[in-house]
Design a protein around this ligand. Structure first.
Ligand SMILES: Cc1cc2nc3c(=O)[nH]c(=O)nc-3n(C[C@H](O)[C@H](O)[C@H](O)COP(=O)(O)OP(=O)(O)OC[C@H]3O[C@@H](n4cnc5c(N)ncnc54)[C@H](O)[C@@H]3O)c2cc1C
Length: 428
């Protein structure tokens, strides 16, 4: 599904996270040469679990990572939604439903395992990945990425996959922070399943692989077990109380327990088993005017240009879709002079979708975190409608929105848009 170009360009990818590695793999499959520059001393992913929705598994298969990922992932049976008192609001089947309807499964996996699969695939394709290579600026006149210790890397195209506080973005658009605080933070813990198994009331959280959501005043909780039967991923969203300049700090579980004081007692029990918790400030980026430099061949991908709240579990999935779009479009290139046209197409295809997902994720904050009252009662009643309707508060149950999220095929979209654009060009 990724066309192979008959010319080979040199790409510099800044950032070896999920987005950076995915685009590196895709571009090599499209016939190009890629070097990945990563700031960290070693390649790894922080955090605990991550959901991989069907729109993303579809791409990972084309990138050649599906088998390795499936070995390390769990296939959740369903999403279960509860209010903070533990009343079940709605269930949405995922397996075997997603495979039947969308041709691809929904998965969840430990982030470290996911990242490792991408690193292994990149190494198999002989992609050079340099660690300890933080980029401080881009020389836009010469398309050169410059590291903190003065090393210079020239690329026909430079891709900034360097996350929320992207230096590549600052080089293109100026050094102002674009990260917007959402007012929420996320406590993330891995909780021992053998410990949970001592409490039968927690069986529903780990016995059958499912993603559970609990919605309550000012926050929500997400749980899902990880493969291997040892740990359960637990994330508690609540009001942000991190120090002003911090993004991640160690957290005290008593603070989490205090926040959940009036919630379902099973959640209190679950969190009392946590041995270590970190909390992340949740930030996003408002839609940028542009993702690429107006004249030079430098562009952005993933959180660097559309960081989102994780409330639809689509952040990494969108970075992977960006990667697939760049791989497809650069697989079509016939001459270097087309680079800027391709970057414009990339943005044209990707920006409306990522903007809708960032905005819809923000809307979820209002839906999930309602105080008890009339609005909350209405929300819970809307969840109970059978069959679920458009605008169902559990957004994956809204038939139109589910199709929009899970049914999207980035390769088909690029193929369609490429055909349209090239036909129009020929007519002019
Ligand atoms: C609590 C939480 C839960 C989430 N759950 C999900 C989920 O279930 N599903 C999902 O799809 N998404 C989820 N996300 C979102 C997802 O984690 C991100 O959208 C995704 O990791 C973005 O990938 P990226 O490669 O664009 O950026 P990043 O993951 O931020 O990677 C950027 C990389 O660039 C490197 N870097 C930074 N600066 C430089 C520099 N100057 N030079 C070189 N390298 C640099 C970094 O070290 C890092 O390796 C969640 C996010 C949070 C906070």
């Amino acid at each position: 599904m990724i066309p192979k170009s008959n010319i080979s360009l040199r790409f510099v990818v800044v950032g070896g996270g999920i987005g950076g590695l995915s685009v590196a793999i895709g571009l090599v499959l499209a016939g190009h040469e890629v070097i990945v520059l990563e700031k960290a001393q070693q390649l790894s992913e922080v955090g605990a679990g991550i959901q991989i929705p069907p729109n993303s598994t579809r791409i990972l298969e084309v990138l050649g990572c599906k088998t390795q990922i499936l070995e390390k992932a769990l296939v959740p049976k369903a999403y279960h939604f509860f209010n903070h008192k533990g009343d079940n609001l709605i269930n949405i089947e995922l397996d075997p439903y997603c495979a039947r309807k969308y041709g691809c499964k929904s998965l969840h996996i430990h982030r470290g395992d996911f990242h490792k699969c991408l690193v292994e695939r990149a190494r198999e394709l002989r992609i050079t990945i340099l660690v300890n290579s933080g980029i401080v600026e881009i020389d836009l006149d010469h398309n050169i990425a410059i590291t903190h210790d003065g090393h210079k890397y020239h690329g026909d195209v430079i891709i900034g996959a360097d996350g929320l506080n992207s230096n590549v973005r600052s080089s293109i658009f100026g050094k102002h922070s674009l990260a917007t605080n959402s007012g929420d933070q996320a406590y993330r813990s891995l909780i021992s399943i053998p410990e949970m198994a001592k409490h039968p009331e927690l069986d529903f959280i780990h016995k059958i692989p499912c993603v559970n959501f609990f919605w309550g005043p000012q926050g929500h909780v997400v749980t899902y077990p990880l493969k291997g039967g040892n740990s359960c991923n637990v994330v508690v969203m609540g009001p942000d109380n991190l120090p002003p300049d911090a993004r991640v700090v160690a957290a005290d579980k008593h603070e989490v327990l205090q926040f959940l004081k009036t919630w379902d007692s099973r959640l209190q029990l679950l969190l009392s088993l946590a041995t270590s918790t970190f909390k992340w400030r949740l930030q996003y980026i408002e839609e940028l005017d542009s993702w690429s430099h107006p004249t030079q061949n430098v562009t952005l991908l993933g959180d660097a240009c559309h960081a989102t709240l994780p409330y639809l579990a689509q952040g990494a999935a969108q970075a992977i879709e960006d990667a697939a779009a760049l791989a497809y479009l650069f697989g079509k290139i016939k001459h270097k002079s087309e680079i800027h046209f391709i970057l414009e197409m990339y943005e044209y295809i990707r920006k409306p979708r990522t903007t809708r997902i960032v905005n819809s994720s923000k809307d979820c904050q209002q839906i999930y975190h309602l105080q008890d009252g009339e609005k909350q009662k209405l929300r819970d009643l809307e969840c109970a409608l059978d069959p679920p309707q458009e605008r169902c508060p559990a957004r994956w149950a809204d038939p139109e929105f589910q199709e929009y999220l899970f049914g999207y095929n980035i390769f088909e979209e690029c193929k369609k848009q490429w055909l349209l654009a090239t036909t129009m060009k020929e007519k002019l």
